[in-house]
Design a protein around this ligand. Structure first.
Ligand code: ADP
Ligand code: MG
Length: 336
């Protein structure tokens, strides 16, 4: 199974940021209200993620590191999805196969937590440990046993940047959850729990930018499309913050695109945002912008690839038009 898991890991664990993304998603699935992430050496030496979620009972700990032993599949369709996505209930097993992993967890009804460790093909039996309710996962020496992958890693600073970006993009769509992120002992992200959406955006983009962020919101009453029976589908809506042209950047790092509550990468939507600034910023500049689009779920496929953030729209031009017109209108309504 170690080799099988390493092959799975090769597909989905591209770099330390992929580990962080999977682990944070597990914390959110467990209902965490706080997630604390600490890394060393760009995550290659250590990734440690602690949450206050519902935890894992001691007897289920070894199962959590076993391939396809997910607790989250309930229906036949979900089981079928394993085939197509090839990656549910695999994250922990995959990560454990390419690192030295320690998993500690305590359920709220228990006075003590338990720890297990994966060492090669062996998983140690759970041993008791004092800890707060929740789960702590430590991933050490990522790719130590897959030298080819290890060689592809960039500098610690580059990997740190990717992880910070992953944390920010996830935190953007979970404003109620508190996040901290520490690199080599230095805190670089500190987002309090119970932010509202606007406050979370401001906290991530930087409070100093707040006066230059223009809020827009629109609920499209005309449906983007009719369903097979000719019935109109749920209308689309859009909300976001458009940075004034004066704060445009040289990179698109300050663009956060979200569809149906998920961070996405989408060239079509990014193009619409850029287009909205035509003539307002230099062509080599990138706007600061947050865009949340809500669409009928039948009009967007978020499962193009299990680990990538790409989406596929049924009607890309409608989404493009909605974003372009709303951002543009908001910009033109302001004395810039
Ligand atoms: P999946 O998330 O697809 O179920 P994973 O390999 O990511 O698969 O996780 C395996 C299992 O371990 C989960 O189904 C869950 O039961 C448990 N688990 C992992 N991380 C946590 C966590 N932070 N809190 C509680 N349970 C967790
Ligand atoms: Mg998972």
């Amino acid at each position: 199974p170690l080799l099988v898991n390493q092959i799975a890991a090769g597909e989905v664990i591209e770099r330390p940021a992929s580990v962080v993304k999977e682990l944070i998603e597990n914390c959110l699935d467990a209902g965490a209200t706080r997630i604390d992430i600490a890394i060393e050496e760009g995550g290659l030496k250590l990734i440690r993620i602690a949450d206050d979620g519902h935890g894992i009972p001691a007897e289920e700990l070894p199962l959590a590191l076993t391939q396809h032993a997910t607790s989250k599949l309930e229906t036949a369709e979900q089981l079928a999805a394993i085939e197509t996505l090839g990656f549910r209930g695999e994250a922990l097993a995959s990560i454990a196969s390419v690192s030295r992993l320690r998993l500690s967890s305590r359920t709220p009804d228990n006075d003590s937590g338990h720890i297990i460790e994966q060492a090669g093909d062996e998983i140690t039996p759970p041993r008791p440990a004092a800890m707060a309710p929740g789960t702590v996962i430590e991933v050490r020496d990522l790719f130590f046993n897959t030298p080819a992958r290890r060689k592809f890693m960039r500098t610690a600073a580059t990997e740190f940047g990717h992880i910070a970006d992953t944390v920010n993009r996830t935190a953007m769509v979970h404003p109620a959850v508190g996040f901290t992120f520490t690199h080599n002992g230095r805190k670089s992200i500190d987002l309090p729990p119970n932010d509202d959406q606007r406050q979370r955006c401001v906290n991530i983009l930087g409070k100093e930018l707040e006066p230059a962020l223009l809020e827009f919101e629109h609920h499209d009453t005309r449906p983007i499309e009719n369903d097979a029976e000719g019935q109109p589908l749920q209308p689309a809506s859009i909300w976001g913050l458009a940075g004034e042209p004066s704060i445009a950047r040289s990179s698109s790092k300050f663009q956060y695109l979200c569809v149906n509550g998920r961070p996405v990468k989408d060239r079509n939507l990014a193009h619409a945002v850029k287009e909205a600034y035509r003539g307002l910023i230099a062509p080599d500049k990138q706007p600061v912008a947050v865009v949340f689009v809500e669409l009928d779920p039948t009009l967007v496929d978020v499962n193009v690839h299990p680990t990538k953030a790409e989406v596929r729209f049924t009607k890309p031009s409608s989404v493009h038009g909605l974003a372009l017109s709303q951002v543009r209108q908001r910009l033109l309504a302001t004395d810039l």
